[in-house]
Design a protein around this ligand. Structure first.
Ligand SMILES: C[S@@+](CC[C@H](N)C(=O)[O-])C[C@H]1O[C@@H](n2cnc3c(N)ncnc32)[C@H](O)[C@@H]1O
Length: 198
């Protein structure tokens, strides 16, 4: 969470479900949830002005949405400079990642590097940039007891080694990310028609 000078923080809980974060504004497509605003997160923009929130949470939601890049741009637009974006999502080697037929994405602990300082070498995906505050991986309990979770989280190079060579055996469970948006909000992208040529 960003520093608080005694003022009430404005927090957006995206895809809040029935367990909305206390004190937050919840948005969800399903009216049976605790949402304050019903909206389809696959339709942009979300109904809030630029930089409305001090913090945004998307807990086990991003894997359900169609366009991860566009969603991250929207998170970037909605959060104030110095604010925080927290994302939790299953690791793709967890049972839950492929079990739920409404999951559209199966992610790993480097999936958000494309929004980092150098855009993971793919600067043309988006102009939205985030500073990584932390990435934490949770492993299945057996591997946690054996100390793998500590190693994966303590040493980023070991995390990469784990993602490359070990994760189909030493399976992941969930991931927690925290980011700070950097720079101005990204203007709405106009999508080219599929048949458009240069
Ligand atoms: C796995 S639940 C997580 C709920 C909550 N964040 C939690 O941690 O308990 C996913 C939530 O995302 C919502 N959701 C999925 N697709 C959505 C969409 N296109 N627009 C809005 N909400 C969506 C669902 O209605 C559901 O409440």
């Amino acid at each position: 969470m960003p520093p608080n000078n005694g003022e009430r923080l404005r927090i957006l809980d995206v895809g809040c479900g029935i367990r909305k974060y206390p004190g937050s504004i919840g948005i969800d497509v399903n009216p049976v949830t605790a949402a304050d605003v019903i909206c389809d997160l696959d339709r942009f923009p979300y109904p809030f002005a630029d930089r409305t929130f001090d913090a945004l949470r998307a807990i086990h939601v991003i894997e359900h949405l169609t366009d991860v890049v566009r969603t991250m741009e929207e998170f970037h637009r909605l959060v104030k400079p110095g604010g925080r974006v927290r994302i939790e999502t299953p690791h793709y080697t967890d049972y839950s990642s492929f079990c739920d037929p409404t999951h559209k994405h199966h992610l790993n602990s480097f999936s958000f590097r494309y929004f980092g300082e150098d855009h993971g070498g793919f600067g043309y995906y988006t102009e939205a940039k985030f500073r990584e505050i932390f990435v934490r991986v949770k492993l299945l309990s057996f591997w946690r007891w054996l100390g793998f979770e500590f190693l994966v989280n303590r040493f980023p190079r070991f995390r990469k080694f784990w993602e490359f060579y070990l994760c189909y055996l030493v399976r992941g469970k969930a991931m927690e990310f925290e980011f700070e948006p950097i720079g101005p909000p990204v203007p709405m992208r106009r999508r080219p028609a599929v048949s458009q040529t240069r």
